[in-house]
Design a protein around this ligand. Structure first.
Ligand code: FES
Length: 115
């Protein structure tokens, strides 16, 4: 048996046609709002790495893509300053629920996000 029946299979969706296109379009350390279907994603590039989290702050719904990235690899919400780890989605003091995180993979033919 594999996971619970309610679990949806992951679907990989192409965001960019190449790694270079992603590096060219997404500035380092500057959160970017990306709409993928119905999902609003906050995409962050840190050097050569990309992170994707839900754009909606779990505290009060602010758009995290308007926030900043700090030295601890956290996205800082511009409204009340909650800090969410970009890898795990966890607010560092657990003042609100974890953010949803989305895997990113870089393949020879493009950069993909799993929803
Ligand atoms: S809405 Fe994000 S910290 Fe309050």
């Amino acid at each position: 048996m594999c996971g619970p029946a309610s679990e949806q299979p992951m679907k990989w969706i192409k965001l960019f046609n190449s790694r270079q296109a992603a590096l060219d379009k997404i500035a380092d350390h500057q959160p970017r709002l990306v709409a993928v279907g119905e999902q609003q994603i906050c995409l962050v590039r840190q050097g050569d790495s990309f992170y994707a989290v839900s754009n909606r702050c779990t505290h009060n719904g602010e758009s995290l893509s308007k926030g900043k990235v700090n030295f601890a690899n956290e996205i800082v919400c511009p409204w009340h300053g909650y800090q969410f780890n970009l890898k795990t989605g966890r607010e560092y003091q657990q003042r609100s629920a974890d953010l949803e995180t989305f895997p990113i993979k870089i393949e020879p033919d493009g950069v993909y996000i799993a929803l």
